[in-house]
Design a protein around this ligand. Structure first.
Ligand code: ADP
Ligand code: MG
Length: 320
């Protein structure tokens, strides 16, 4: 099958509803011109800013050998949506650059179905991309919209703000340990394997939470490289420090606390909000049925410390 047939048969199904892969929900902002021309054409509504982000997944680095093509498609889009979530943006469009080695048509079908599964939660339209041959890698670029001036940046944390994290951290790392060593050792017997593997392969981007935090959160980031490492990016961008109450951080059952707060791939949101907004944060977490925990507060003194004033090293996943 050549490049053009691949695009026609597989990728186009992610760009319009006639392809049946997409959710019954119409994209909120359909492109004026999608796949098939030299460029796609989209309109950003008046008063909105375009939020753009890309992430590349490379075989062997970003997904363990046994990740299914469905998982790979799912995760490639989900981790990008997580970046839009962290900015408080509403997903609108994405492009897909794939380098394929010798993947079968069944592989590509399952890969596209994985991507389509993510779009059920957040309608987003494929508007273009590139298809080449070489070692397997996938680069997704997402585009979303956010009311001008209301994006949740990393630089808005202020002394006295409270620090929050959604969900729980460390489960994806535990899932990875299980994926790499499926011959479960003694300590693994009690774990919820399907849940932990789903947390690794099919993370849930916290898109609704990010949007709801507009006007409430002062800064936000998604936890991709590890809670401490990612929070530290917020601290540096905001030129502040933080004091964390380690016992308040919800970590994976059966996982060491320090590993949980330095491990990556959870795609939860870590955000700060002024103390007076606490009741709003609690109310919106309840309305989304998503646990959100207050885990510390922002200080004027820079650096990251625990409740006993001990310095915490913001270790996390390093790409280089
Ligand atoms: P060009 O040579 O002008 O770059 P291509 O032949 O690469 O165009 O692509 C033809 C059309 O198909 C373009 O609209 C491009 O955006 C789209 N396209 C190519 N690969 C993909 C893909 N993997 N997913 C979605 N659209 C794609
Ligand atoms: Mg091209």
């Amino acid at each position: 099958m050549n490049e053009f047939a691949l695009i026609e048969t597989h990728f186009k199904r992610l760009s319009d509803r006639t392809g049946a892969l997409l959710s019954a929900r119409e994209p909120e902002l359909p492109a004026d011109l999608g796949i098939g021309d030299d460029c796609a054409l989209m309109r950003v509504p008046d008063g909105m800013q375009l939020a753009v982000s890309s992430d590349t997944l490379v075989a062997g680095v970003h997904f363990p050998g046994q990740a299914t093509p469905f998982d790979i498609g799912y995760k490639a889009l989900a981790v990008n949506l997580s970046d839009l979530a962290a900015m408080g943006a509403t997903p609108a469009w994405f492009s897909l650059c794939v380098t394929l080695q010798d993947q079968s048509e069944d592989w590509i079908t399952a890969f596209c179905e994985g991507m389509a599964a993510v779009t059920q939660g957040s309608p987003i339209q494929l508007v273009g991309g590139d298809t080449t041959r070489g070692p397997l890698s996938i680069c997704v670029q997402v585009m979303g919209v956010v009311p001008a001036g209301q994006a949740l940046t990393r630089s808005g944390a202020r002394p006295g703000d409270e620090v929050y994290v959604s969900g729980c951290v460390g489960e994806a790392a535990l899932g990875l340990a299980l994926a790499l060593d499926p011959q479960a050792a003694q300590w693994q017997q009690a774990l919820d394997h399907p849940h932990l593997l789903a947390r690794l392969h099919r993370p849930t981007p916290r898109v609704a939470l990010g949007q709801a935090l507009r006007g409430i959160a002062s800064a936000c980031i998604d936890v991709s490289d590890g809670l401490l490492a990612d929070l530290n990016h917020v601290l540096r961008a905001s030129q502040v420090g933080a004091e964390l109450e380690l016992d308040l951080i919800p970590v994976a059952a059966g996982q060491d606390r320090m590993i949980s707060i330095t491990a990556g791939d959870d795609y939860e949101l870590c955000f700060t909000a002024p103390a007076h907004a606490r009741s709003q944060v609690i109310a919106l977490a309840q309305s989304l049925s998503l646990p959100v925990s207050m885990i510390g507060c922002i200080s004027k003194a820079q650096g990251l410390r625990d409740q006993d004033n001990q310095a915490l090293t913001p270790a996390g996943y390093q790409h280089f």
